[in-house]
Every structure is written in C-alpha cells, then in structure tokens.
Design a protein around this ligand. Structure first.
Ligand code: NAD
Ligand code: MG
Length: 372
C-alpha cells in the first residue's frame, strides 16, 4: 500500500565500490539496514568461526543486532575500552586469548565493528593471528567509512609514535551501513567531513562543487547525501590505493593537510583536537602555502577555506604554535624521506602534488602568518 512505497522511497539503494587489487580485491557495500541483512553478511563472512571486535560505546548500540544477523555460526566477541589510548599492543592480547580459547583456526574471520581505532587494531590482529586470517570491516564512524576501513593499513600506536607498529592487510569486504551514523556525535561527524573534503580538494573538483552545493543535506544527514559522499570518497581512495597499494609514491597524496595537521595534534598533546579538526586546519595551511607559491589563485584558496569553514571545522592552527615547533614536528613526520620536507600542495583545486620543490622561505612565511 501507500505507506510501503513511502518507506521504500526513503531507503537508499545499496551502492558498491570495488577496490581492485588483483587477488586482494574486495567490495565496499554502502547502504541501509546492512547490519541486519543476514544473507549479505552470510555471503561476505563465509566462515564457521567469527570473532567480532568492538568497543564499549558501540557494543550496547549494535553488537547484539550484528551477532543475531550473523546466524548460527560460532561467534565470539571482544569488547575493548573506547578511545585512541586503547589502540596499543596490549589491547590485542585479550583478542588473541579469546581466539585461542575458542579454538579459532586459520579459516576464521575477524569482524571490526567500530571506528578507525577498532578497525586498525582488529585488522592488525587479523594480519598476525596464525600468520594472517580474513577480516571484514563494519565501519561505524564517517571517518572509518570514507578512510580508515579502506586501503589495508592496520596497526597500533607505540608510546613513541602513532601507528608505529602495523601491517598492510586488506579486508575481504567493507560493509558501510549508513544507519549506524545516526548515533555518531556531531563533532565526530564533522571530523569525518574533513577527510571527505580532502578527497575533493586533492583530486576531484566536480565533487568539490557538489559539496559546496549540498553541504546542508550532508549535515542534515540525509541518507542519499550520505550515500553519495561515502561512495564518492571511497571511489577516490580506491583509485589511489589501486595505483599505489603500499605508498611508494602517489598514495602520499592522501596526506593533504596531514603534515601540518600531525604537527597540530603533536604540539597540542594529542587530545584537544580531533584528527579531522587538525587536518582541516592543516589543509587550510596547505591552501595558503599553495596560494603563496601562485600554484593556486587567491580565489581558489578562499574557496577551499570557505568550504572547510562552512563544515564547522577549524581553519587555522592555535596561534601559540610557533613556526619552530611546526618545523620540528613536521621534520619528525614519518612520511619524510631523507630529511627533505615533502609536502602535499595544490596546483589547482582538485589537483594535489607531492613536492619538495618550493622555496623554504614560502613555508616559513606561511607558518609566521598564523603565529602570534
Ligand atoms: P574512533 O574509532 O576513536 O571513533 C570516534 C568515537 O566515536 C569513539 O569514541 C567511538 O567509540 C565513537 N563511535 C564510533 N562509532 C559510533 C557510532 N556509530 N555511534 C556513536 N559513537 C560512535 O575514531 P575514528 O575517527 O573513527 O578513527 C580514528 C583512528 O583511525 C585513528 O587511530 C587513526 O590513526 C585511524 N586511521 C586509520 C586509517 C587507515 O588507513 N587505517 C586512516 C585514517 C585514520
Ligand atoms: Mg587522516
């Protein structure tokens, strides 16, 4: 009847993005009600033994529903504490203990139900348990849907640095159920939007124009708009990962805003700024430096910054961070090779380049603009 058509019309169709990596290829499924779609889960998680890793914030919201839809298999669960501090080696031990206590063999699947912290940690457990088992990502944050669940980087932090211990281990599938975003706090949602805007700025001018026109729908969390930004972001990330799976070159473009952003995160002591917030300010700094070099026009620079500001994200770093502190953190960034400060900069909106070919004075002047 009538009600039924209405219900159907607000249900976005499932979209699929392929990550084509030869025998490590997989699909990203983007849609609604995927967590309770038993036949989809059964097809994508074809194992008799399944270990779900999640955290104490997400478990009460979604773990029961997932375990029910997984069906009659042998399912074990591991619920970790929430937070970036939990992304460390000793948090992996209870997961290994549970896998072994349940007699899980090499044909088991791990399922990461969570944001980037859970995805990175569970993925690294999967990379190392019995020299590598299959895993599936069920991202629950916008950042995880558009970034961390795609591309196969897994790992944990060390007291001496973020993501210092890890492995490349591609998932067998990514299941992005947009309904899970309904419980995500606004601030986390905005932080995820920083990475979405990043894809537009670095390689997708048409997407940038779309975002400028449709930002209100995105922030109203309109399902069609969410489906579109997740799909388009994943397409962009997949294309770069396919070209350079292990970051020999082009994959570094994904670090637009990240050299500056990591310095902000480091100088503020990891905590007050979310990663996406630091990256947002970092992208503005990359825009300003690119404009100073005349690689983009003043208008293009203003356009990029305006979009970031409209997304409710910071557009400058804290003024207490001195240029010296910035340079200190940026030189420590593990993405630098041979001491030369290579930055991701823009030559036109939607066209990023990795370059060390700029006068150092331009970088210094840009840093000085922000410091008091
Ligand atoms: P997160 O995993 O800490 O999640 C953010 C917060 O949201 C947490 O408190 C979490 O419990 C909560 N949360 C998650 N889903 C929720 C939901 N649906 N409803 C309510 N609350 C929810 O942070 P994140 O931003 O998703 O990920 C950051 C991590 O991702 C960092 O460790 C970073 O290094 C990593 N990362 C990895 C890659 C990669 O390529 N592997 C890329 C980018 C970032
Ligand atoms: Mg990032």
């Amino acid at each position: 009847g009538h009600w039924r058509n209405q219900a159907l019309s607000t249900h976005t169709k499932t979209r699929r993005v392929e990550v084509a990596l030869g025998e490590r290829s997989y699909n990203i499924e983007i849609g609604q009600q995927l967590l309770t779609d038993s036949s989809l889960l059964h097809a994508l998680i074809p194992a008799n033994q399944v270990m779900v890793v999640t955290n104490e914030t997400i478990a009460p919201l979604y773990l029961d529903a997932l375990v029910k839809s997984l069906g009659t298999k042998q399912v074990a669960t591991c619920v970790l504490p929430d937070g970036e501090q939990a992304k460390r080696l000793d948090s992996m031990l209870p997961v290994f203990d549970e896998l072994l206590a349940n007699g899980f063999d090499r044909d088991c699947y791990l399922v990461a139900l969570g944001g980037g912290v859970i995805g990175d940690l569970a993925g690294f457990v999967a990379a190392t348990y019995q020299r590598g088992v299959a895993f599936v990502q069920i991202p629950t944050t916008l950042l995880a849907m558009v970034d961390s669940s795609v591309g196969g980087k897994t790992g944990v932090n060390h007291p001496c640095g973020k993501n210092m211990i890890g492995a490349f281990h591609q998932p067998k599938a990514v299941i992005a159920d947009l309904d899970l975003l309904s419980s995500l706090p606004d601030r986390e949602f905005r932080a995820g939007m920083a990475e979405v805007i990043k894809y537009a700025l670095l390689g997708d001018a048409a997407f940038l124009a779309w975002l400028e026109a449709h930002l209100p729908e995105v922030f109203a969390r309109d399902t069609e708009a969410l489906a579109y930004i997740v799909e388009r972001s994943c397409q962009n990330k997949a294309a770069i990962v396919q070209a350079d799976e292990k970051e020999a070159g082009q994959r570094a473009l994904l670090n637009l805003g990240h050299s500056f952003g990591h310095a902000i995160e480091g100088a503020t002591g990891y905590g007050p700024w979310l990663h996406g917030e630091a990256i947002a300010a970092g992208m503005c700094m990359a825009l300003r430096l690119s404009a100073r070099l005349s690689w983009i026009t003043a208008e293009e620079c203003a356009r990029g910054i305006a979009l970031i500001q409209r997304a409710g994200l910071p557009i400058e770093p804290p003024s207490q961070i001195t240029p010296e502190t910035f340079l200190d953190f940026m030189q420590r960034d593990k993405k630098n090779r041979g001491g030369q400060l290579r930055l991701v900069l823009l030559k036109g909106l939607g066209n990023a380049v990795v370059s060390a070919d700029y006068p150092e004075s331009a970088l210094l002047e840009t840093l000085q603009e922000y410091s008091d």
